[in-house]
Design a protein around this ligand. Sequence first.
Ligand code: ZN
Length: 314
Amino acid sequence: MSNYLGIDIGGTNTCYGIVNAEGEFLYENSIKTESVESIEDLADQIYNDVKKKADFVGIGIGAPSVNEKTQSIEFAPNLNWGDVVPLTKIFSEKFGMEVNAVNDANAAAIGEKSYGEATEMENFAVITLGTGIGLGIFINGKIVVGSNGLAGELGHTVVRRDGRECNCGNFGCLETYIAKDGIVRTAKEKLEFSSGGSMLNNISPSDLSPTEVFKSARKEDPVSLEVVDTVTRDLAFAISNLINILDLECVFLSGGISKNGNLLKRKTEKHLKAHVLPNLRDKSLLKISSLNEKNSGILGAVASIQSKMAVLIN
Ligand SMILES: [Zn+2]
């Protein structure tokens, strides 16, 4: 049986693991993405770590803003390794084996389809909530790649005309409101204008995070509840648009922010009821991915290299 190396490059952490054919992890580790200077540096660090751990025959990589046709990261707003990063080329030169790169949200969706709760589903989406906002879509059992290999940039759909400036150069993008920095910014704005006290005032501004906001909201902190309400309403707008356009069986939430579980799901579902078309309401499920963030990303990357190598062998 063959093992594979799966790598999930995120804006905050890069997680990787050696996985066997059954999807079991033989080894896993992670690196802070900010500490990596270039894609060559990343390939070197992972190579030096995994070379003596277990053998593997191919590498799958999930990363933000991957163009699956060119196999490069192109203009990633949340990574600092240059405009065009030739991901597959660098890794295949370093490791001397077959490499396949997919968009990180597509990797999460492929992971859900191969190893998660979507194995029987034909039409579903996975939204990754973290440093950025990603989207992987399966329609009629196939992942949607798009004519330029760039489908699924949900984070850069505009939700406010003349809204917040985004790293992509546009204004009012969804991720400036519901990704990590967007949630913290909303919390700071609401704190500034709130007359009453808030538990969030006890946290130093540099430590403020979505986790802290959700934690305080669970304790009924009024400012935190307001932030969670705003965030889940914007998320519900995006999800209801997807359901109304694509008639999806299920939307999975994945990524760091999705670990705020029940509160995130419950509030988002409340707002969804108002915006999903009546004849689609209650037919489309909202679920928190049962594969945790790094697992679905790594497993999806592994599934993508497995299927690429199967095509090459046949
Ligand atoms: Zn944007």
